[in-house]
Ligand binder design. Sequence first.
Ligand code: ATP
Length: 228
Amino acid sequence: MVRLDDVALRYGQGPEVLSGVTSHLEPGSFHFLVGQSGAGKSSFLRLLNLGQRPTRGRLMLFGRDVARLGREDRALMRRRMGVVFQDFRLIGHLTAFENVALPLHLVGERPGAIDSKVSELLSWVGLADCLDALPATLSGGQQQRVAIARAVVGRPSLLLADEPTGNVDDRIAMRLMFLFEEMHRNGTTVVVATHNETLVGRFQHPRLRLEGGTLRLVPAEAAADGTA
Ligand SMILES: Nc1ncnc2c1ncn2[C@@H]1O[C@H](COP(=O)(O)OP(=O)(O)OP(=O)(O)O)[C@@H](O)[C@H]1O
């Protein structure tokens, strides 16, 4: 699903933010992406969501070398992903409902199915009363939940979430985690970047730990016994 072979990333002429990253994420796997602030978590996710190109090495997604993809192939590949950006990136002139419905419109889903799926999902994340609200009228935590609903509604093959519980309380964070767990159970490959070690500790998933620009895999067992 995701394979990185000696991948590096730098911005402009700056230092390498990621260097020599080699990793393989199996289809249907769930990984937490951890590391201190500035360690490169968002940058790593940007490589995977095709927001940045590696400056060195090879990145394979869905069995394809991303360096060889044309514009159209990149767009098609993006449609197979659900992405929760740290800054949400909701469309300002669309309501919460319309933002979440967008991926379903893009794949030609029936209007009736769109209505039920979007309403159900927004209720699950606690936003049943906000369907018609514009993003600017919502709190940060509410916007984050709309962004998560938008990322998962189309049941993507790959779900990439950058600090998806950063703006919500513990109860909502657990609810959102259950949503990611459900996606995972249904075969989605999930990567969740987070600072929230308490949350990470509650789930038996391996961690990808970024440190000094390199990535280390900490298996679930080691993560659980505190040796990570
Ligand atoms: N667009 C950019 N241009 C230049 N440098 C950048 C850019 N984005 C990130 N960086 C640098 O890359 C490094 C890693 O940043 P990144 O945002 O990936 O870390 P992070 O682990 O996600 O941090 P946080 O947990 O605080 O969100 C930092 O030194 C940052 O300054």
